[in-house]
Ligand binder design. Structure first.
Ligand SMILES: [Zn+2]
Length: 143
């Protein structure tokens, strides 16, 4: 029987899905433990330690390498986004202000909408913390 090893855990199932898709395109079999439990009740996520991303024992090293590369790409994308100024947000996990909005399209659309004086709808923005590397969401009321 194949042995599965947890290589990373995520608070939100959609984050785990992004990484799962990435690994699967590299030919790695991925199992998300507790994904459905957390989808049912998000508050359970912290209690049970989030969604566990598991791979087979022989894929652990390759998977970690892919994740490290993916994180680099992801961060350089985030740094390009910071051109658009945004509300200062603190990381709910470590309270750092080294956070960046990880939503490039919405940021761009937001700038256009502000330029034309059209009120922005209320929507959730996703942030990424550069100190503890966690992603989190903040509900912001637009204009
Ligand atoms: Zn943090």
């Amino acid at each position: 029987m194949a042995e599965f090893i947890t290589i990373k855990s995520f608070e939100y199932p959609h984050e785990a899905q992004i990484i799962k898709n990435k690994l699967e395109t590299e030919g790695i079999f991925v199992f998300l433990k507790d994904e459905y439990t957390i989808q049912t009740d998000n508050f359970l996520s912290n209690a049970i330690g989030g969604v566990k991303l598991q791979v087979m024992k022989e894929d652990v090293i390759t998977s970690k390498e892919i994740l490290a590369l993916f994180k680099q790409e992801y961060q350089s994308t985030l740094q390009e986004i910071t051109l658009a100024k945004d509300t200062i947000v603190n990381c709910p996990n470590c309270n750092s202000i080294e956070v960046r909005k990880s939503d490039k399209m919405k940021g761009f659309v937001g700038v256009i909408l502000l330029f034309f004086g059209i009120p922005l709808p209320v929507y959730k923005k996703e942030y990424h913390c550069f100190d503890c590397y966690r992603d989190f969401k903040v509900r912001i009321k637009g204009n």
